[in-house]
Design a protein around this ligand. Structure first.
Ligand code: ADP
Ligand code: MN
Ligand code: MN
Ligand code: MN
Length: 348
């Protein structure tokens, strides 16, 4: 009887920014096959448990938490029939744990289903040396040459970590994730990958798995990928998670995009307080950002809170780009807020 492994992955309770955790379950291949692999969904996999007192999710005296599989995909690292299993965390009575932000997104997605919301998230990150905590490409003393040549560049003087970024993209593709591209960023050692456009739950589930793969592949490269919004203070770009959003109405006409921007204007503080910890170090009004306490939108404006891409203005339809979320944001929370703020004002 042969075995497969299922890597159960979940989001912990570390404050202020939750971290990924995972552990491995060996399953009999026949058990999986008897469920029918072609139609195998997350709900056909067994729930599991973990010690919540070691993940900031429970007190020692009653520390059991439940892992409920919500999304599965092929495990591109172990290969074969092995799988990755993204889980939501439940209390032992099967109610959502307080750190479970997915449950609400599921409910809100259902509520606004007929708006057909689509999301594309641009995940920026910085490759750090795990010992010195400096971005790779930074010299031991001082700084590299100022920003300018690095973004989307080619050549060994400007590119650091391409091998890992490429390998990460290949793993995401092998896992069947909706990855839509990668690029080198403005600061040396900084990269971006994009997921989408897909629904709120899909973009969020895929992004969490893609982050897990990024950290996992970093182990093999001796690189710690940081999601800190401003890994190097001063005249260096921060790391964001621009969230591109459209409803069916926006994909048909321009006015719903403007209406969406106006709806976001009214809820700026609510959004900012949920867009990632430490974001005030990044949203300074410099380095292609708007100040954290100001709201603005504009076509082609990379200094605005919300940018309407030039192609969208030209076509008079498409999507908007919320440039405020930081790299360490929780996609369940960001997509939920965008659906709530925009769809509650959109006729239908
Ligand atoms: P830029 O770096 O110029 O801001 P990117 O090409 O990195 O833009 O990212 C654009 C993102 O927009 C992609 O993730 C893509 O999936 C997403 N996107 C494209 N069309 C739509 C749409 N109609 N609705 C939502 N997202 C979209
Ligand atoms: Mn981008
Ligand atoms: Mn970018
Ligand atoms: Mn962008």
């Amino acid at each position: 009887m042969s075995n497969i492994t299922a890597e159960y992955i979940w989001i912990d309770g570390t404050s202020p920014t939750p971290q990924l955790r995972s552990k491995t379950k060996v399953l009999k291949k026949e058990e999986i096959l008897s469920m029918g692999t072609s139609s195998m969904g997350a709900d056909s996999l067994a729930i599991w448990g973990f010690d919540g007192s070691s993940t900031n999710q429970a007190e020692g005296a009653s520390s059991d938490c439940v892992l409920n599989p919500v999304f599965i995909c092929p495990d591109p690292i172990r290969g074969g029939d092995n799988i990755l299993v993204l889980c939501e965390v439940l209390n032992p009575d099967m109610t959502p744990h307080s750190t479970n932000t997915r449950k609400e997104t599921e409910l809100i997605s259902k509520k606004y289903e007929n708006h057909e919301g689509l999301f594309g998230i641009e995940q920026e990150y910085t490759m750090l040396d795990p010992v010195t905590k400096q971005p790779i490409g930074f010299p031991e003393e001082g700084f590299p040459e100022p920003q300018g040549p690095y973004y989307c560049s080619v050549g060994a003087s400007w590119i650091f970590g391409r091998e890992m970024a490429e390998e990460h993209m290949a793993l995401c593709l092998d896992a069947g994730l909706a990855i839509s591209g990668i690029n080198a960023e403005v600061m040396p050692g900084q990269w971006e990958f994009q997921i989408g456009p897909v629904s709120a739950l899909e973009v969020s589930d895929h992004l969490w798995i893609a982050r897990w793969l990024l950290f996992r592949i970093g182990e093999l490269h001796g690189i710690h990928p940081s999601l800190d919004p401003k890994p190097v203070p001063g005249d260096w770009n921060g790391a964001g998670a621009h969230t591109n959003f459209s409803t069916k109405a926006m994909r048909d006409k321009y006015q719903p995009i403007i209406d969406g921007c106006e709806a976001l204007a009214e809820k700026h503080d609510l959004h900012i307080s949920n867009y990632g910890d430490g974001n005030e170090r990044r949203l300074t009004g410099l380095h292609e950002t708007q100040s954290i306490d100001k709201f603005s939108y504009g076509a082609s404006d990379r200094g605005a809170s919300i940018r309407i891409p030039w192609q969208v203005e030209k076509d008079q339809k498409g999507y908007l780009e919320d440039r405020r979320p930081s790299a360490n944001m929780d996609p369940y929370t960001v997509t939920k807020l965008l659906l709530e703020t925009i769809c509650s004002k959109e006729p239908q």
